[in-house]
Design a protein around this ligand. Structure first.
Ligand code: AHR
Length: 518
């Protein structure tokens, strides 16, 4: 490993001849074990499955597929989802939920009616409904996050759904669940009060006042049925709408005492192929999180409340490759290729930046869901009658779920910067560090992206607060194949140094000797 010294005030000097610094950018991180931001809530790495395109039918469920189990679930998909292991999965929408009658998807399959899904202009067979989805979620070891329809429906159907899912027995709806073969309650803990109700495309779209009142009453009554549930009220679809952030303020004025979270959604595109501008869009993601947090706290102050509302970032991803193709799909068909993105390395790097942004805000973002999981804007794809495989965006997401454990540290970062079309002073380095206290050794993991598409970046991390440390693995994702573990990170005297290749996603795992500080 090369040795080099970085002078941040000045320039970079090299002590070894085989190490050329031509074209290197530079960045420094101070990672201190006492600068703790938040304990990581694993639900920040959740996912989402909606009834749309081939997410459910042809994705998780395909009774004619050679790998189908006795219930029609594709076992090859189950294996990939288990490998990824998202801890929580939002269901059944999305825009779909705003026109959905949940009763259509329970009971004997042969009696279920085929209906028009107005959100995506498809035919919904209702062969998969909540009981099947709950069973599938158990197979992949994930918790279900359920959304209720506050578009065409309201308080009554929301309370009946909670009773059906969570009440033990002895009432009409709980006994109906039992008669459908589910003796034990599903005990679904987290519920979304509708979806993107601020958008005029939404079935049953409402003003903030109308939605705020409805959500308040639905929330109150749902908690009368099961006081143990927690609720997510709809925030804005994104920060570009005319009503952002007044929507949040009005809705929270009505619902503050009844809910635990407010939702936030963001999708980003590289439609004009300006990749460094694309990577910089997480500055927008960060600023939206800060604005929504500030709005929550403004209402908290107005209400003189002791309670804090956190963020459920329950839809986020890269989305743009497939929009034109999808617009050509014939309406009122089913199992069509809706929004089947073909992701490249740049998209995976952007997903890495988004995951880092979520972690950097882990004190207030307590739930987040990559949208979606299978086929539709998804890390996992399937062929009808064929294989299931991983897209590029699978990898950073997988690394985060696997290695981002313990405490997020509030790192101090200084980095070379650039200006681009939409942003100024964008740090080339996007990074975050976590401290995972193990039984024997502790581990610090640095997740880092070099946003430059031209030059590599020299990263130096001051980790002296941890005493002695040692790199155990440096995973790099830098071409659209699969990631490798041949990164160059090394440590010397409490300093960790690495050269991050252009447009690269890096996971640097560092063993620290806890006997030196405990
Ligand atoms: O995830 C796809 C769609 O994007 C969801 O249905 C909707 O909530 C969002 O606009």
């Amino acid at each position: 490993m090369s040795l080099y010294i970085i002078d941040y005030e000045d320039s970079i000097s090299v002590m070894q001849e085989d190490f050329s610094l031509n074209g290197h950018l530079k960045a420094k991180m101070i990672i201190d074990r006492d600068y703790r931001l938040a304990e990581i809530n694993k639900r920040i790495f959740g996912s989402f499955i909606e009834h749309i395109g081939r997410a459910v039918y042809g994705g998780i469920y395909d009774p004619d597929h050679p790998t189908a189990d006795s219930e029609g679930f594709r076992k090859d998909v189950i294996e990939l989802v288990k490998e990824l292991h998202p801890p929580i999965i939002r269901y059944p929408g999305g825009n779909f939920v705003s026109g959905y009658n949940w009763e259509d998807g329970v009971g004997l399959r042969k009696n279920r009616k085929e209906k028009l899904d107005l959100a995506w202009q498809t035919l919904e067979s209702n062969q998969i409904g909540l009981n099947e989805f709950v069973r599938w979620a158990k197979l992949v070891d994930s918790e279900v996050m359920m959304a209720v329809n506050l578009g065409t429906r309201g308080v009554d159907s929301a309370r009946e759904l909670v009773e059906y899912c969570n009440h033990d027995s002895g009432s009409y709806w709980s006994d109906l669940r039992i008669s459908h073969g589910n003796r034990h309650p599903h005990n679904i803990r987290t519920w979304c009060l509708g979806n993107e109700m601020d958008g005029d495309w939404q079935i049953g779209h409402k003003t903030a006042e109308e939605y705020g009142r409805l959500a308040q009453e639905a929330a109150k009554v749902m908690k009368m049925v099961d006081p143990g549930i927690e609720l997510v009220v709809c925030g804005s679809t994104n920060n570009l709408t005319d009503t952002f952030p007044d929507w949040e303020a009005t809705v929270l004025t009505h619902t503050y005492d009844q809910v635990e979270y407010i939702s936030l959604h963001s999708y980003y595109a590289n439609s004009d192929n300006d990749t460094m501008n694309f990577y910089a869009k997480t500055l927008n993601m960060d600023s939206v999180i800060k604005s929504v947090t500030a709005t929550c706290d403004h209402i908290k102050a107005k209400k003189r409340s002791k309670k804090t509302i956190n963020i459920s970032f329950d839809e986020w991803n890269v989305w743009y490759h497939s929009i034109e193709e999808t617009s050509k799909i014939e309406p009122w068909t089913s199992r069509q290729h809706y929004f089947e993105e073909n992701y490249d390395l740049n998209d995976a790097i952007m997903v890495g930046c988004m995951l880092i942004t979520l972690l950097k805000n882990a004190d207030r973002v307590r739930i987040a869901c990559m949208a979606q999981l299978v086929n539709v804007i998804a890390p996992i794809m399937t062929e009808d009658n064929g294989r299931a495989w991983k897209q590029t965006i699978f990898y950073p997401y997988y690394h985060m779920i696997r290695y981002a454990r313990g405490t997020v540290l509030q790192s101090v970062i200084s980095s070379s910067k650039y200006d681009c079309r939409e942003f100024c002073n964008v740090p080339y380095l996007e990074a975050v560090a976590v401290h995972n206290a193990g039984d024997r050794d502790d581990e610090v993991v640095v997740f880092a992206v070099n946003r430059s598409t031209e030059d590599s970046l020299v990263l130096e991390c001051d980790m002296r607060s941890f005493g002695s440390c040692d790199v155990s693995e440096h995973i790099v994702y830098e071409d659209a194949g699969i990631p490798h573990s041949n990164g160059n990170a090394d440590t010397d005297d409490g300093m960790m140094r690495a050269i991050l290749g252009k447009s690269s996603w890096n996971v640097i795992r560092i063993r620290v000797d806890k006997s030196e500080y405990t």
